[in-house]
Design a protein around this ligand. Structure first.
Ligand code: AMP
Length: 420
């Protein structure tokens, strides 16, 4: 088979690690990107999360760095050679865990630093020396300023989920970090979408990049069944429960637009007998990791989350994703529903649309270039209670205004990283 890992002539320790992971063949992004990264060229890759892009950049990068492999205990013999930047703590953690698995039979050291955690253990690890450093931008700058991280021997830099890094407002931090790196290096940029801002970033920092696109930008996986149901805010929980029951679905992600709404919805669903966990930026790192672990183990039915907290999480086999709120940013729709239907499995994405959301649905249509049908979801129960008095309606509207304050811009940026 042409897409077998054995065609790559990976070094034995890497090939052994890949075999141990049980990968039978390369995914399309791996088949395209690995040979290019092995040549040392810059890459601009468009790939959705869940496509295997971590291995696509880390395997060839490790292979190229093997020439520096050594068993010395001297930190000077283990300078940072590869820097991988990601927008969120969870993603940084996840990518570092994967790289550690690929590197486990080599002498290469990999460390991860992100905000919201004590700097001391990170500092100790950095001072011992690491070849591959995975980081979120704000915390990395803290370590650079504290002289814990020296980047003048970096040969590879990976800007992963680059569109989201710009979304969060990391551009100035990225520019600063890139200014510390040697000019002579390989830069790999991965982004789910190629927006004009991403193209500008690539234009400034990449040299004659090879463009790799496995799924067209903004394309949603064909394995995901997308449904749009009209629902008044008061009916949304009932629709979620009815769909879960009708389809026999045991676990799902439920996306909301605000931190406040996230906690509130998780509590309501919990009261209604579902086991839920909330994942949003105000949760501590420990709480976030625990919630994720519980979901992975199947101890939690519904993970209610905001975009910031859920971006790119690698959880296999999430059968369904609900957009309890239609995302403000159409690109978030693509990312959200990318949580289901991964690696060829079929998935269901249900978006609950209230009458005021039609403009946002039109934005999604435009982005994914697909005509969307917004259907009625028949609920058995009497819907007359929705006709509340004007007074109550006003009260709810105020509530909603507060809930709809999005997790964006500087607010988001602050919650990604520990205060600097
Ligand atoms: P990523 O897109 O890098 O987050 O990867 C998503 C998931 O796919 C991870 O759980 C990887 O372990 C898995 N994966 C990566 N490459 C392969 C492969 N060639 N075959 C099967 N699974 C893979």
């Amino acid at each position: 088979m042409t897409d077998s890992f054995s065609n790559l002539s990976l070094a034995e320790p890497l090939a052994r690690a890949v075999a141990e992971m049980g990968y039978e063949s390369m995914t399309p992004i791996q088949a395209q990107a690995i040979p290019v990264v092995l040549t040392g060229k810059d890459v601009m890759g468009a790939a959705q999360t869940g496509t295997g892009k971590t291995a696509a950049f880390s395997l060839p990068l490790l292979q190229r760095l093997l020439k520096h492999e050594n068993t010395s205990t001297s930190p000077a013999r283990h300078p940072v050679r590869a820097l991988v930047l990601l927008p969120t703590r969870e993603l940084a953690d996840q990518v570092a865990q994967q790289i550690k698995l690929y590197a486990k039979y080599t002498q290469m050291r990999c460390a991860v630093v992100f905000g919201g955690m004590d700097m001391k253990p990170q500092t100790l690890e950095l001072k011992r020396g690491v070849e591959i450093l995975v980081a979120t931008p704000g915390r990395l700058l803290d370590h650079i300023e504290a002289k814990n991280a020296v980047l003048n021997q970096v040969e590879y830099v990976v800007l992963d989920e680059a569109d989201r890094m710009l979304d969060i407002g990391f551009l100035p931090d990225l520019q600063r970090i890139l200014s510390f790196l040697p000019k002579q290096r390989t830069t790999l940029l991965f982004s789910a979408t190629f927006s004009p801002e991403i193209k500008r970033l690539a234009g400034s920092y990449l040299q004659d990049p090879i463009t790799i696109e496995v799924a067209r930008p903004n394309e949603t996986a064909s394995t995901v069944e997308q449904r749009f149901y009209t629902a008044q805010d008061d009916d949304k929980r009932r629709v979620v429960k009815a769909v879960l029951k009708e389809r026999g679905i045991k676990q799902a992600f439920i996306f909301v637009n605000s931190k406040l709404g996230c906690g509130r919805l998780a509590r309501s669903l919990e009261r209604e007998g579902l086991v839920t966990a909330a994942l949003h930026g105000d949760k501590t790192q420990d709480e976030r990791l625990k919630a994720l672990e519980a979901f992975k183990k199947g101890e939690v039915d519904l993970l209610v989350c905001t975009d910031v907290a859920a971006r790119g999480l690698d959880i296999k086999d999430v059968p369904a994703v609900f957009n309890f709120d239609v995302p403000f940013n159409a690109e978030d729709y693509v990312h959200r529903i990318g949580r289901t239907g991964r690696a060829g499995a079929s998935g269901l994405a249900v978006t609950l649309v209230s009458p005021s959301d039609m403009r946002l649905v039109a934005d999604i249509e435009k982005l994914i270039k697909t005509k969307l049908q917004v259907e009625n979801y028949p609920l058995d129960e009497d819907r007359s209670r929705v006709n509340v008095s004007e007074g109550r309606r006003e009260e709810r509207r105020d509530d909603r205004r507060e809930e709809r304050r999005p997790e964006r811009g500087f607010e988001r940026r602050r919650e990604e990283e520990a205060p600097r």
